[in-house]
Design a binder for this molecule. Structure first.
Ligand code: PLP
Length: 351
């Protein structure tokens, strides 16, 4: 049985053009700055997000962690949304490894945070208060269903932090999806923040890697954090070559994923037993609530898997599907049929 995998855009495979570029990549020792392909990727990536310099890292989590460790000194507090990826899924790395306490502010259903709440979370100077070292934003917002912060929100949120002398880091794992949704160049969204991390290995389909971008002196320091974390690589041009193809060839097709997610969400919203907030379906992610209480989420997921569909869970009764490169319209149609079949109690193999 073939399996339709809608768990994440991280399950995308390298395209034939990527594999070819990987095979042909010129390489050198990147720890000495001598890998021409990594250098080319870093330059290209910096220009795509409108920053002076960039550093290739093995994962989005390492990109975010290098940012936290470079912006902050031990004991500094990091302010972030209570639904943010850094808070939920990154092993508390900044706290564990950098001695950085986290302070959360409430995320609204679109992944934004209230300007006053950010302002209130930034500590005034006082003995006994941990100094606020950094504010983190996320765009698109994963746990809020791939929702987008627009240019004005990015500006206003960053301005609150900057007015208090605090820098801003953007977890822009899917910033190219946000820009595609708004039909804007990425730098329009990243200009207000000091640093940005984005992933090559999600909707852009590269097999490995993310990029941390920002001012050149910051990236120079961030290379020390990457080294300390064991993330400095050698002939990394072999994988960076796929990242270059991702940036050159895979950005323009992102709206296809957004259209597929929208259609998927609309069709699922018509099924009894499923609740979707359609206003949050803006990019490639669809989050829905399994309202049909005859099913426990685990049992529902395994019934879908028995029928050849894999999706993921956000805990409680919230489930997630992600549209991505490599799937055709028929496979999205089939996914809806499988979900409908399971809700109607159709046994596996009877479709
Ligand atoms: C918003 C966000 N930030 C960061 C990451 C981490 O990326 P990686 O899995 O490459 O470490 C993810 C991964 O899903 C993500 O969704």
């Amino acid at each position: 049985m073939s399996v339709i995998d809608l768990r994440s855009d991280t399950v995308t495979h390298p395209t034939p053009a990527m594999r070819e570029a990987m095979a042909r990549a010129e390489v050198g020792d990147d720890q000495s700055g001598e890998d021409p392909t990594v250098n080319r990727l870093e330059e290209l990536a910096a220009s795509k997000v409108g920053k002076e310099a960039a550093m290739y890292v093995p994962s989005g989590i390492m990109g975010n962690l290098c940012a936290l460790l470079t912006h902050c000194g031990r004991g500094d507090e990091v302010v972030m949304g209570d639904q943010s990826h850094i808070f939920w899924y990154e092993s508390g790395g900044g706290s564990a490894l950098g001695g950085l306490p986290y302070r959360t502010v409430r995320n609204n259903r679109y992944g934004g945070v209230d300007l006053d709440e950010i302002d209130a979370a930034i500590r005034p100077e006082r003995s006994g208060f941990p100094p606020t070292g950094l504010v983190c934003l996320e765009n698109t917002h994963n746990r809020c269903g791939g929702t987008v912060l627009d240019r004005e929100q990015m500006r206003a949120l960053s301005a609150v932090a900057h007015d208090r002398g605090v820098p801003v880091h953007l977890d822009g794992a899917r910033i190219f999806n946000a820009a595609a949704y708004l039909n804007l160049p990425v730098p329009e969204l990243t200009a207000p923040v000091d640093t940005v991390q984005f992933c090559l290995s999600k909707g852009l389909s590269a097999p490995v890697g993310s990029v941390l971008a920002g001012p050149a002196p910051f990236i120079h320091e961030a290379r020390k954090a990457r080294k300390m974390l064991g993330g400095a690589m050698r002939q990394a041009g072999v994988i960076a070559a796929a990242g270059i193809v991702a940036l050159e060839q895979m950005v323009d097709r992102i709206p296809e994923d957004h259209r597929a997610a929208r259609t998927l969400a609309q069709r699922l919203s018509e099924l009894p037993g499923i609740e979707i907030d359609l206003e949050t379906v803006q990019t490639n992610i669809v989050v829905f609530e399994l309202a049909d209480e005859r099913f426990e989420p685990e049992q529902f997921l395994s019934a879908l898997a028995d029928n050849g569909l894999r999706i993921s869970s956000f805990g409680a009764r919230r489930l997630r599907l992600v549209a991505r490169h490599g799937l055709q319209t028929e496979e999205y149609d089939q996914a809806v049929e499988i979900i409908e079949g399971v809700l109607n109690g159709v046994p596996a193999g009877a479709r």
